[in-house]
Design a protein around this ligand. Structure first.
Ligand code: CA
Length: 221
């Protein structure tokens, strides 16, 4: 899952980026409104964290511009907590709203909820064929009730495919969602990670659609 953080306070931007990467997200960042808008329009993010008070272009303006073309889930970060701001946030198409200073674990929980909502999945636990369960809260995976250790990249790919179950996901889409702008990875790596997942969770879990990508088929859970 790939997240864009738009925040002009260097320390907060740095800390958020690091904390999100530790959670296994691919993270891009921007420190002013225009750069944030450009990145938000150019790439396909799973969630955007958007500060309200930004140089260049205010967070509200970034949001309304973005909403002309993209429904990406946006969580606004604001220093003020007033009813007027909340109403403005909801009217402008923000999906959630957090007042600074906020608790990191609350931020992470809200990000997970936004990702689930966008994928149309209410439950934090994803049940897959072969008695494979993905717990998106703890980012843990079990198979037949045994814990299976995945690398951060393997987990990211599995979670993305699981949240898009039944859809064929192209390699390009996987790259977009698991790598960030600091990554410089060889193009065959998605295949390597999928190989790793199959080795740990069973060869049939992820199906290859030749020339199109990968899919976890609908059906038995
Ligand atoms: Ca700010």
């Amino acid at each position: 899952m790939r997240i864009l953080v738009v925040e002009d306070e260097p320390r907060l931007l740095h800390n958020l980026t690091r904390a999100l990467r530790e959670e296994g997200y691919a993270v891009d960042n921007a420190s002013d409104g225009r750069e944030g808008l450009r990145k938000a329009q150019d790439a396909d993010y799973n969630v955007i964290l958007l500060d309200v008070m930004l140089p260049g272009l205010e967070g509200w303006e970034v949001l309304s511009e973005l909403r002309r073309s993209k429904p990406t889930p946006v969580l606004m970060l604001t220093a003020r907590d007033t009813t007027k701001d909340r109403i403005r946030g909801l009217d402008s198409g923000a999906d959630d709203y957090l007042v600074k200073p906020f608790d990191l674990s609350e931020l992470m929980a809200r990000i997970r909820a936004l990702i689930r909502r966008a994928a149309g999945s209410g439950s934090p636990i994803l049940e897959l064929p072969g008695l494979v369960r993905v717990d998106t809260r703890s980012r843990t995976v079990t198979r037949q009730e045994q814990t299976v250790l995945l690398t951060a990249r393997e987990y990211a790919i599995l979670e993305y495919l699981a949240l898009h179950r039944g859809e064929v996901v192209s390699r390009t889409a996987l790259y977009e969602h698991i790598l960030d702008e600091t990554d410089d990875t060889l193009s065959n790596l998605v295949d390597v990670h999928v190989f790793g997942i199959r080795k740990k969770l069973g060869h049939d879990l992820i199906v290859t659609r030749r020339g199109q990508g990968y899919c976890i088929p609908e059906g038995e859970s």
